[in-house]
Design a protein around this ligand. Structure first.
Ligand code: UD1
Length: 422
């Protein structure tokens, strides 16, 4: 298992290019299950979650090629078994995205239950209820969801009790091939959901209400996309680099950035005092550090609010601000696992329920620390870059699941980061 050794307090400089969005690429790759023809993708990030998805598709009978240097992927969807096995889904919860396309296209699926994870129980009951309402028979046995469509998949009104990103995506796949109209109420408005909806629109599906909480989908026969499907920039990677620039007090230029999809994050960091200049409609961001920062209060919300996937990183920057900052986590029930590790570096953070109280400014000092989940790992990298001395972050595989060569990108900008086998 790899670890990262990071020596902090080194100023970085230069330009960094943001990779393709993980949470857009995954539903796009699963969308290939809806087709008979080969699909081509561009700007696919080099991530373990992409590897896992491609292997899972291969396990189902699909063949693929992936040129990691150019980011090009081709998938020939020849499904022979409609099964997403535990071996893959346990590595990546987004494996639940196999459910919608398999049931939509083949009328049956056996998909492993994802199980809990470090940030909470993360059930999939909304996905299953939606399937039932659309005419599927759904059973859960021996850790697997078994879904089948006795007659035909029909459009229905789906009211999500809470906003769910992958839940909305699964219903988009189902609605695209169902008979009649599907209406999703309390739909997710995240850019990744909008991107999937727009992809389906280019394939002939009539979809209204993307970017709103009510989406209407008219099922139809799909035509394959006329050209390669390109993955937009990752908004959470963009935010993580803003966090890194502030932590290291470095002026950085972020290229191919997701500025327009990150308004709430830009607002919060600007409120702390960080300089952020948007160029080329927010696709280039210039981050300029300041000598002192102000405490802020932030809460995580569904899009367009402050994303839960930036909570851990922002918490580290709150340690730089003068006074008491507050961070309320509203999306997941147990997403402060990184706090115990940050405290090992000297961070003054208290957690009560879903509220973290951060006292700053605090001088962080290096320590051995351990990554617990993807975004927690990113926050530990940010903290280690800020801390005095050399920290070792173990279980770094979490980071490799969702960040495209973060260590190499950091090295290019002058950071002292070494990957070691542990
Ligand atoms: C997606 C993102 C993840 C992000 C999260 C919230 C992907 C691959 N992952 O995860 O990075 O942190 O959105 O923005 O896109 N819930 C239920 N029952 C369900 C489904 C969800 O109770 O059937 C709850 C969850 O436990 C959570 C909330 O709803 O409290 C939101 O979860 P959801 O939006 O579904 O997260 P994911 O789609 O898994």
């Amino acid at each position: 298992m790899d670890a990262l050794q990071i020596t902090g307090q080194r100023p970085l400089s230069g330009r960094v290019s943001i990779s393709g969005s993980k949470n857009t690429a995954l539903p796009f790759l699963f969308a290939s299950l809806l087709f008979d023809q080969e699909l081509s993708f561009e700007n696919i990030p080099r991530l373990w979650d992409i590897e896992t998805t491609l292997k899972l598709l291969e396990d189902m009978g699909c063949s693929y090629s992936w040129d990691k240097e150019s980011g090009k992927v081709r998938i020939l969807p020849r499904v022979t078994q409609k099964i997403a096995s535990y071996d893959w889904v346990k590595k990546m919860r987004a494996g639940i995205l196999a459910l919608g396309p398999l049931v939509a296209k083949y009328g049956e699926a056996k998909v492993s239950l994802p199980g809990g994870c470090a940030i909470g129980a993360r059930p999939v009951n909304f996905h299953l209820e939606a399937l039932k309402r659309m005419g599927a028979k759904v059973e859960v046995e021996q850790g697997y969801i078994r879904a089948s469509v006795p007659s035909c998949l029909r459009g229905a009104q789906i009211v999500f009790p809470e906003v769910s990103v992958t839940g909305t995506e699964n219903v988009l796949y189902l609605g695209a091939l169902a008979e009649g109209e599907t209406v999703i109420e309390n739909a997710a408005m995240e850019p990744e959901v909008v991107a999937l909806g727009e992809l389906l629109q280019t394939c002939g599906v009539q979809i209204e209400g993307l970017k709103t909480s009510t989406i209407k989908i008219k099922g139809s026969k799909l035509k394959p996309p006329a050209k390669a499907i390109s993955i937009p920039a990752d908004r959470i990677e963009t935010g993580t680099w803003i966090s890194i620039a502030m932590a290291t007090q470095s002026e950085l230029t972020l290229e191919n950035a997701a500025g327009p999809e990150l308004a709430a994050v830009l607002k919060a960091f600007r409120k702390m005092g960080l300089g952020i200049t948007e160029k080329e409609d927010g696709r280039t961001l210039i981050i300029t550090p300041k000598s002192s920062y102000e405490a802020i209060s932030v809460e995580t919300e569904c899009f367009p609010g402050f994303p839960t996937d930036m909570q851990a990183q922002a918490l580290v920057n709150m340690c730089q601000a003068e006074g008491i900052s507050h961070m309320r986590e509203n999306i997941f029930e147990n997403r402060f696992m990184h706090v115990a590790e940050l405290r090992r570096l000297g961070a003054k953070i208290e957690v009560e329920g879903n509220l973290a109280r951060v006292e700053g400014p605090t001088h962080l000092k290096a320590a051995p620390i351990m990554a617990t989940d993807l975004r927690a790992s990113a926050s530990l990298v940010v903290a280690a870059l800020m801390a005095e001395g050399t920290s070792t972050i173990s279980r770094i595989y979490h980071l490799d699941r969702g960040y495209d060569h973060l260590d190499k990108k950091l090295q290019k900008l002058g950071a002292q980061v070494t990957r070691v086998a542990q």
